[in-house]
Design a protein around this ligand. Structure first.
Ligand SMILES: [Zn+2]
Length: 342
């Protein structure tokens, strides 16, 4: 794109990309992406207008049904649009702080109301009355979004005591996820399900890895002598370390997928989980595994060209595969899973 091309009209079609469908609030991601492009092109006035539209769009997220908290169609999708804008535009946290905290408050309230689903959980979530655990529709995606918001906003609520309690609730739910994993290292798609089948970003261990890595990055501490994460290395809690290693092993064993080479339920998404593990732990075996996945993807890319629902899309198609291939060759500076590791 050149500086003379109209960004707004040119980007309208992008809402069809599945990544931009986080929430039925597709426009929120569209505004965030357009604002980032405008900033790159030096169109500061246009970027400011788009950021204002994104801010206003939060009203729709607040009006979503109570249980619409997940990443793909719920409130977390809007929060991710804000996080993206804060990272890739000139937007400042103060511009979105109030709206984001209001939405986080709704998510925390909904999660607290579902505590009865699991006795040890601080926050639980359902989507269409099913307690999904994975990244796209489940608890992994919600918790990761909350931790990313905490990092950007400084706290999850306006009240310091409530903020500390909210973070402890997030950690108790991470405990539940760690305890729910199969001996194989995989994570069930649904809480309590004995079905150890899917190993993909949207359902299974690949969606758990970014959350656990996010905990390492944020240096979170639940303050109760349970899981204490203080930045990785030798102080990483044994359970977390073992869980990450097992997740890496199950992806290595079962992560080359017939669904295609894309991000959501394809090999690239699993490769990104391995890359994330490498960046979080420094374990070079994980990088080598990711490189093998990249080679396999290149060898089979034509075989799967017509397979995904959206052949060229970022989330299911070729665009996501290309992102992964590029990130494998610059693993140490990779930005991570597009639209999720923000
Ligand atoms: Zn999927």
């Amino acid at each position: 794109m050149t500086s003379s091309q109209p960004v707004t009209s040119g980007a309208e079609g992008l809402w069809r990309w599945r990544w931009l469908e986080f929430a039925k609030l597709a426009s929120s991601k569209c505004y965030a992406l357009k604002a980032a492009i405008c900033r790159k092109l030096g169109r500061d006035g246009e970027a400011a207008e788009l950021l204002q539209k994104l801010q206003n769009f939060g009203a729709k997220a607040l009006r979503l049904p109570k249980d619409h908290c997940e990443l793909m169609y719920g409130r977390c999708g809007y929060l991710h649009a804000c996080l993206f804008a804060l990272k890739f535009t000139t937007a400042k946290p103060a511009q979105f702080r109030s709206r984001m905290l209001d939405i986080v408050a709704q998510i925390l309230e909904e999660g607290s109301g579902n505590r009865g689903i699991h006795s040890k959980a601080g926050l639980m979530y359902t989507w269409h009355n099913v307690c999904y655990l994975g990244a796209s529709h489940g608890i992994c995606g919600v918790l990761m979004t909350l931790l990313q918001c905490k990092e950007v906003l400084g706290a999850l609520t306006r009240d310091p005591r409530e903020a500390a309690e909210a973070l402890r609730a997030v950690h108790r739910s991470i405990d539940v996820l760690l305890g729910a994993t199969f001996p194989s290292g995989n994570l069930p798609s649904i809480l309590g399900s004995p079905n150890d089948r899917l190993v993909q970003w949207c359902h299974g261990a690949p969606g758990l890895i970014p959350l656990l890595c996010s905990v390492i990055y944020t240096g979170a501490d639940d303050g109760r002598g349970g899981i204490t994460y203080s930045g990785g290395g030798p102080e990483m809690h044994t359970l977390l370390r073992d869980c990450l290693a097992s997740a890496g092993d199950v992806i290595w064993a079962r992560g080359l997928l017939k669904n295609g080479t894309g991000l959501c339920h394809g090999t690239a998404g699993n490769g990104y989980a391995l890359l994330g593990l490498y960046r979080a732990t420094g374990d070079e075996r994980m990088l080598h595994r990711a490189e093998h996945f990249a080679r396999w993807s290149m060898d089979h890319i034509s075989r799967f060209a017509e397979g995904p629902d959206a052949t060229y899309s970022l989330f299911e198609g070729l665009a996501g595969s290309v992102c992964f291939l590029l990130d494998v060759i610059q693993a140490d500076s990779s930005l991570g899973f597009p639209g999720y590791d923000i």
